[in-house]
Design a protein around this ligand. Structure first.
Ligand code: ADE
Length: 236
């Protein structure tokens, strides 16, 4: 079973994201274990301090190295971790490829920063990699961790009942997924494309592929060259 440990000074922020839908089912099926750790449990002194003023001055507080390392070392004493990942806006951008590779790991730690950030020595000496979920600044790493967990967990083998549904996602082959429709076939004159109702499998595959290519060209043209390199098979 894959295990994901999340270290945060705001554990309550993560109460809900893992308690619904696919991520909830993955835990119930014992395919993934997600454990949230409250950094304050490792805080210094009677006030359980976890942050302090920055050396050299400046605005904002910095998460201290001691409590984070205490938490990390407690976890590492229990099991071996494949990756210790810090969520940070200045890290490498998250991608479907990165999610795919994380889904194959056994144990990972996600460390959430807050305030102005974390003591740089944690990044240089204890973290094995970093992830940004986009070029914007969140008030902490928690929502980013929830994004990473959600995208990774649904890829863990056995989590989605229909394996092909993950393979056909947007970005899996560097194409945007084609549109989907369900009943009714006609809603106030808005019709579902006839080919999708034709029952003609080959035509449906061709239609979806054509739209996926057209949409990718229109919306994300920069993906197309890597699609052509990548694409060996035929999946839209
Ligand atoms: N923490 C703050 N902003 C972030 C971002 N964009 N990605 C990951 N972690 C963050």
């Amino acid at each position: 079973m894959m295990r994901i440990d999340i270290i945060t000074c705001l554990p309550r922020l993560l109460d809900s994201p893992f308690s619904h839908s696919i991520v909830k089912k993955a835990q119930e099926k014992k395919l993934v274990e997600i454990v949230v750790h409250d950094l304050y449990a490792y805080g210094k002194g009677p006030r359980k301090q976890v942050d302090d003023y920055p050396y050299g001055g400046g605005a904002g507080m910095v998460l201290m190295i001691g409590p984070i390392v205490a938490c990390l070392e407690g976890l590492q004493a229990e099991r071996k971790y494949d990756e210790i990942i810090y969520l940070a806006p200045d890290g490498p951008l998250f991608s479907q490829q990165r999610a795919n590779s994380l889904a194959l790991k056994q144990n990972i730690i996600l460390l959430c920063g807050h305030y102005k950030g974390i003591d740089e020595r944690i990044r240089t000496h204890f973290i094995t990699s970093e992830i940004s979920i986009g070029d914007y600044v969140l008030s902490g790493g928690e929502l980013a961790a929830a994004v990473v967990v959600d995208s990774v967990v649904r890829l863990v083998p056995g989590v989605l009942s229909d394996l092909t549904s993950a393979l056909e996602d947007s970005f899996q082959n560097n194409l945007i997924a084609p549109p989907v429709y369900t009943r009714p076939a006609n809603f106030r004159g808005l019709e579902v494309p006839a080919v999708l109702r034709s029952g003609h499998e080959a035509k449906i595959v061709a239609f979806r592929k054509e739209i996926a290519l057209a949409r990718t060209a229109a919306r994300r043209p920069e993906l197309l060259p890597s699609h052509e390199q990548y694409n060996t098979g035929d999946k839209a």
